[in-house]
Design a protein around this ligand. Structure first.
Ligand code: HEC
Length: 255
């Protein structure tokens, strides 16, 4: 048995940053945390752009053309065979990975649309007035894709557990931490300078994006079309007499 280097550092870093991003997105799915939810969504988009380009210019096994999707028939009839033929993703995993990437893209797209239409926030905030009556449908789509994503995560985890039983010796689970899988021949990959540079630049872009949002919490990606009312300046009496109960002007007065 050989130890083959299959998942390069950028591939593994992407995987775990993606995990963290998706996790935070689910945890911030709350009206009060929507700004964070949106920023995490954009951060995941940066990760996604990296992974899609990596699928064309990255190392072997990470490239989409090395995803053995066409072998799915052969794979499904031999699924319980002891021998593991696929050192990168197997055909079933390839479909799950590609569906995950497409699904994430749809989640982000419907997310930005919902944020604009429903909340009047972000780069599509101008849609708030025109499409407000349709707002629920976009939110429903966003939620549908998010739930579908949970299903894909389950498939992914089931795949890893099956692999643990069927091809224990390959150590697939360990490979997403260390990068190494066990194989008959040494099939290690090596990154070229262009790939290293590209991965480093995308990582810097991600970190810069997060810092930018810390410094400019009201930037165009999360800015609202609604101007906040400073009640203290506009109507001090209201603040003194009524604001202990009414956080907004009651609808029948002060019009
Ligand atoms: C002790 C809490 C409290 C304070 C203080 C208070 N309100 Fe209210 N107000 C209420 C509650 C409770 C309602 C009923 C809300 C409902 O029916 O949903 C209400 C209802 C109203 C409504 C009817 C709202 C609507 O849209 O139908 C108006 C108008 C109103 N308040 C004006 C005022 C004004 C003006 C002040 C300050 C002078 C004030 N309130 C102070 C608790 C308060």
């Amino acid at each position: 048995m050989n130890k083959s280097y299959i998942w390069s550092l950028p591939t593994r870093a992407f995987h775990w940053l993606f995990v963290v991003g998706i996790l935070i997105a689910f945890l911030t799915d709350d009206d009060h945390l929507l700004n964070y939810h949106a920023i995490v969504g954009y951060a995941v988009l940066i990760l996604l752009v990296f992974r899609i380009l990596w699928g064309f210019f990255g190392p072997k096994y990470s490239k989409f053309k090395d995803f053995p999707t066409k072998k799915i028939k052969e794979y499904s009839s031999n699924i319980l065979k002891k021998e593991s033929k696929y050192i990168g993703h197997n055909p079933a995993a390839s479909y799950v990975m590609i569906t995950m990437l497409v699904c994430t893209l749809l989640i982000i797209l419907t997310g930005v649309l919902t944020y604009g239409i429903q909340e009047g926030k972000g780069i599509l905030s101008f849609l708030n007035e025109t499409f407000f009556k349709n707002m629920k449908s976009m939110d429903d789509l966003h939620e549908f894709f998010a739930n579908f994503f949970i299903f894909l995560i389950v498939l992914h985890l089931v795949g890893i557990i099956l692999d643990k039983f069927l091809h224990k010796e390959v150590e697939t689970l360990k490979s997403i931490f260390t990068g190494y899988k066990n194989s008959k021949e040494n099939k290690s990959i090596k990154l070229n300078i262009f790939q290293k540079l590209f991965a480093a630049l995308m990582f810097i872009l991600l970190i810069s994006f997060l810092i930018f949002n810390l410094i400019n919490p009201k930037n165009i990606l999360v800015a609202s079309i609604n101007k906040p009312i400073n009640y203290k300046v506009q109507n001090e009496l209201f603040v003194e007499e009524c604001a202990s109960c009414h956080t907004l002007y009651p609808s029948l007065s002060f019009t």
